[in-house]
Design a protein around this ligand. Structure first.
Ligand code: THU
Length: 132
């Protein structure tokens, strides 16, 4: 799967951002290992704390449709390069340290990381494996 296609999908999703408070639009597109794409946008709330980021919207959609294995996630926002927040990094990490994170300012201008690069020395599901 071409990164450009994933970035295009993230840009499309960004248009749906519900952001009456911050006015900061974010879109994400999550590629599953079986080649499907789930998109997400940020959704804010008048009581602020229920706000969900674009990345977690996309992940929630995919998980609730039965997907668990992810290849990459593209993120676009209103800043030149919008990086996933700490909470989203931790949620992506839940599903793999090798997931590629593509942070894009346009379809032709992007940076690619692994989740491990963005969240080194992380805590994850393996830490709980021998604790049952
Ligand atoms: N936001 C995201 O959607 N993803 C991120 O990783 C960074 C922050 C959203 C949350 C909120 O709606 C707005 O950007 C400003 O923080």
């Amino acid at each position: 799967m071409n990164h450009k296609i994933l970035i295009e999908k993230a840009l499309e999703a960004k248009k749906n951002a519900y952001v009456p408070y911050s006015e900061f639009h974010v879109g994400a597109a999550l590629l599953t290992k079986d080649g499907e794409i789930y998109t997400g946008c940020n959704i804010e709330s008048a009581s602020y704390t229920p706000t969900i980021c674009a990345e977690r919207t996309a992940i929630s959609k995919a998980i609730s449709e039965g997907k668990r294995e992810f290849e990459a996630i593209a993120v676009v926002g209103d800043s030149e390069f919008t990086y996933p927040c700490g909470v989203c990094r931790q949620v992506i990490r839940e599903f793999g340290k090798d997931i590629k994170v593509i942070v894009a300012s346009s379809v032709d201008d992007y940076k690619e990381y692994t989740l491990e690069e963005l969240l080194p020395n992380s805590f994850g599901p393996e830490d709980l494996e021998n604790n049952k």
